[in-house]
Design a protein around this ligand. Structure first.
Ligand code: C5P
Ligand code: MG
Length: 308
């Protein structure tokens, strides 16, 4: 088969390149109607860093926003500095991490709910933030939209913020479904709790989809995008799952985590802030007679993206 040129990038690592090529060939043969993309959001569709600085997660956007008091900001930062190293610690098992992740999310959501955050403030909070989607995001979202390929965003972040980021970027198309931690506002439009079930890094599986109105599509061929070991179970409950191509962004603690990521993901993208490889694979799989990806208002997609 013709090569996906982007797989030659220096950021691309594969334990078994031949198997990856065969999987991509099978996805292409399977055709567009059988394909869906299941993706994490924070640090997968959004950037991990820019010019040497960390970019915020959807939680961090709230944590550092001016609608949150300075005392509360500090408490949320302290939680992050305590729990994030645990989240990515390769020497702890998932079973050890699980209760600690529940603690982190529960404490952080509890603090946020004391801040009287209003629904109407969310758009400005996102506009004021440093969040950035990965380079190439327009081509990624628009290609899937034009090809009618469902994009299921499975996020342990804050769903309202994830939707607002993608909306402001002009890519919250009808083929996109977000499953995440959504805020619950009281009749005055003030945040008072988060809706169940709580989604954290290590329960992104069928357990949180059962009983939910959001369901994975019965399309058997899946491209899975993630940046954490917890993202690997996102496609577990796809009915009739047949082909699974797992692409993992290795953003942090690269030396310590490289081997585990290579064991777990078919393609590992090391310190790669772009969606080039994903777009290259999609363009290879999808029929070639699509119009070029375009922006939401019909304008041609810009060649490069800056901060939102
Ligand atoms: O799975 P996903 O990438 O959507 O998970 C959300 C990320 O948000 C986690 O990887 C975690 O590091 C981060 N987080 C955060 N603040 C919290 C809880 C989680 O930044 N209070
Ligand atoms: Mg993530």
């Amino acid at each position: 088969m013709a090569e996906v040129e982007e797989l030659m990038k220096t950021s691309v690592l594969m334990r078994n390149p031949q198997r990856v090529r065969e999987t991509i060939a099978s996805l292409r043969t399977g055709g567009v109607d059988k394909l869906q993309v299941i993706s994490d959001f924070d640090m997968t569709l959004s950037r991990f860093g820019f010019h040497g600085r960390r970019c915020p997660t959807s939680h961090n956007i709230l944590d550092s926003s001016k609608v949150v008091s300075e005392v509360c900001q500090q408490q949320l930062k302290d939680l992050f500095h305590f729990y994030y190293p645990i989240e990515i610690d390769p020497n702890r098992t998932v079973d050890e991490k699980l209760p600690l992740m529940v603690d982190w999310w529960t404490k952080a959501h509890g603090l946020l709910c004391q801040q009287k955050i209003q629904r109407g403030q969310l758009a400005q909070i996102v506009r004021d933030s440093d969040v950035m989607l990965r380079e190439g995001f327009e081509a990624f979202f628009n290609t899937l939209h034009l090809s009618h390929v469902p994009l299921f965003i499975f996020s342990a972040g804050v769903g309202d913020i994830v939707e607002e980021i993608t909306r402001q970027a002009g890519v919250l198309h009808p083929n996109v479904q977000v499953v995440s931690n959504f805020m619950d506002f009281n009749e005055d439009g003030v945040l008072w709790r988060f809706k169940d079930p709580l989604i954290h890094t290590y329960n992104k599986n069928s357990s949180v989809l059962e009983g939910s109105s959001a369901q994975l599509q019965a399309r058997p061929n899946v491209i899975l995008l993630g940046d954490s070991m917890g993202d690997l179970t996102m496609a577990d409950s796809v009915p009739g799952l047949s082909i699974l191509l797992k692409i993992g962004f290795l953003n942090d603690k690269v030396e310590e985590q490289r081997e585990r990521y290579l064991d777990a993901y078919d393609i590992v993208l090391e310190k790669d802030e772009t969606l080039d490889v994903v777009i290259g694979i999609l363009q290879h799989i999808l029929p070639g007679d699509r119009p070029a990806p375009r922006g939401p208002a019909g304008e041609a997609a810009p060649l490069s993206e800056g901060p939102l």
